[in-house]
Design a protein around this ligand. Structure first.
Ligand SMILES: Nc1nc2c(ncn2[C@@H]2O[C@H](COP(=O)(O)OP(=O)(O)O)[C@@H](O)[C@H]2O)c(=O)[nH]1
Ligand SMILES: [Mg+2]
Length: 390
């Protein structure tokens, strides 16, 4: 699973990405970091199960701050959105290559309207154009791929009796599109057989499929300088979160230096050390203009909404020792995993290790102390001890 951060140059993508991928020092050496410079690890926030058990936890793959568990999720800073990207203009090819890996997109928009479409400083630009432009660009890219392969798909379906959904899935597999997405898109676009795919239907299907397989969330960044009140105008029309990426980055950096206590996503911070006048002024600004007005900087909220809201993930904790709620070394609640809502106990077992999945016997729900079977559906926050054969 991968969350893409996308937007035109200077909208604040890198600031947003940097804030999200910055975490406490203890987990900075987390293994799946930096395969590529624009791929990083962010953390979604949820209530930690340590509160339920009244235990202090020792996370390994994740971290816990003030009874909030931060669970890792991969992020990609998508390069080079410029007009014509879907035709390979500008950094178009890299843009598409980055984009195809993402399951959900967070579109970072400069809501202040002070960046034009090429990313140059400007005045009075309408961020609504950016919002429309991005989905249009990706929709056209999807439509282009389907059109290009259409004759091949149609021939196989009409003359070789192949399944339309399977054929589409093969052609679109590089886009992180699966058969479930395709089935839903065919239904919603009202095209149920290959013969009905006229030019219009291909485009309608492509747009529907894009919306289903690469949903876009909007981060209205630079809310601190939105003097033309663009956010107020757009919030009724789009799913849009007010964001100040720069403030989030400043708070996380101040937290890391021990100047303040701040849990990402919180509406407040506590000052812990003597501050220089400049630092004090910056923090006063963040409190008065961002936190007290919008309730947070919006950055953590965007990631949480993408993972929990859009991708419908839940957080579960596999443990080895059901009385200590720990691994074999005594680390309490060592790992937290993201898994699809509706997943079963055996699916979690496979996620932990293929061997544990294939030799699954039963599991114990550590919160209720009940024994559960392989098809038991997991709930958010569940803690599971899995028993497997040898
Ligand atoms: N006022 C304000 N400036 C921001 C904010 N986020 C980023 N910036 C500034 O916008 C400029 C572009 O940011 P950057 O993250 O490099 O944008 P990118 O090109 O989209 O990666 C930089 O000068 C940032 O400091 C914000 O929330 N508020
Ligand atoms: Mg950048």
């Amino acid at each position: 699973m991968m969350v893409g951060v996308v937007g035109k140059p200077n909208a604040g993508k890198s600031t947003f990405f940097k804030a999200l991928t910055m975490a406490d020092a203890e987990i900075a050496n987390f293994p799946f970091t930096t395969i590529k410079p624009n791929i990083g690890v962010g953390y979604v926030r949820s209530e930690c199960a340590c509160g339920f058990f009244k235990l202090s936890c020792s996370p390994k793959n994740s971290y816990c701050q003030g009874s909030n568990r931060f669970t890792p999720v991969k992020l990609i800073d998508v390069a080079g959105l410029v007009p014509g990207a879907h035709e390979g203009k500008g950094l178009g090819n890299q843009f598409l290559d980055d984009l195809r890996q993402a399951d959900v997109l967070i579109h970072v928009v400069d809501v202040s309207g002070r960046t034009n479409e090429r990313g140059e400083p400007s005045e009075g630009c309408d961020p609504e154009n950016d919002i429309r432009f991005l989905s249009e660009e990706i929709d056209l890219w999807f439509a282009g791929i389907i059109q290009k392969n259409w004759e091949k798909i149609r021939t196989r379906v009409q003359y070789e009796n192949k399944d339309l959904i399977k054929e589409l899935a093969v052609q679109l597999s590089g886009l992180q599109v699966n058969e479930g997405h395709i089935k839903r898109a065919l239904d919603e676009a009202g095209v149920d057989e290959a013969a009905k795919f006229t030019g219009d239907a291909i485009e309608r299907f492509a747009r529907t499929l894009r919306a289903i397989s690469k949903p876009i969330m909007i981060a209205a960044n630079k809310i601190d300088v939105d003097t033309s009140k663009n956010y107020e105008r757009l919030k009724g029309k789009y799913e849009i979160t007010p964001v100040c990426a720069e403030a989030e980055l400043a708070l996380r950096e101040a937290g890391k230096k021990g100047l303040i206590g701040y849990t990402p996503g919180d509406p407040k911070f506590d000052v812990k050390a003597g501050l220089e006048p400049k630092q004090q002024k910056a923090l006063d600004f963040i409190k008065a203009k961002i936190l007290d007005v919008y309730g947070s900087t919006g950055v953590q909220q965007c990631l949480n909404a993408a993972v929990f809201g859009v991708l419908k993930q839940i957080v579960v904790y596999p443990v080895e020792n059901e009385s200590k709620i720990s691994d074999s070394k005594g680390n309490v609640l060592p790992d937290s995993y993201l898994i699809n809502e509706g997943s079963t106990a055996v699916e979690l077992a496979y996620k932990v290790h293929t061997d544990i999945g294939s030799k699954f016997i039963s599991a114990i729900d550590c919160k209720t102390k009940m024994r559960v079977g392989r098809d038991h559906r997991l709930k958010d926050g569940d803690v599971l001890k899995i028993m497997a054969g040898r």
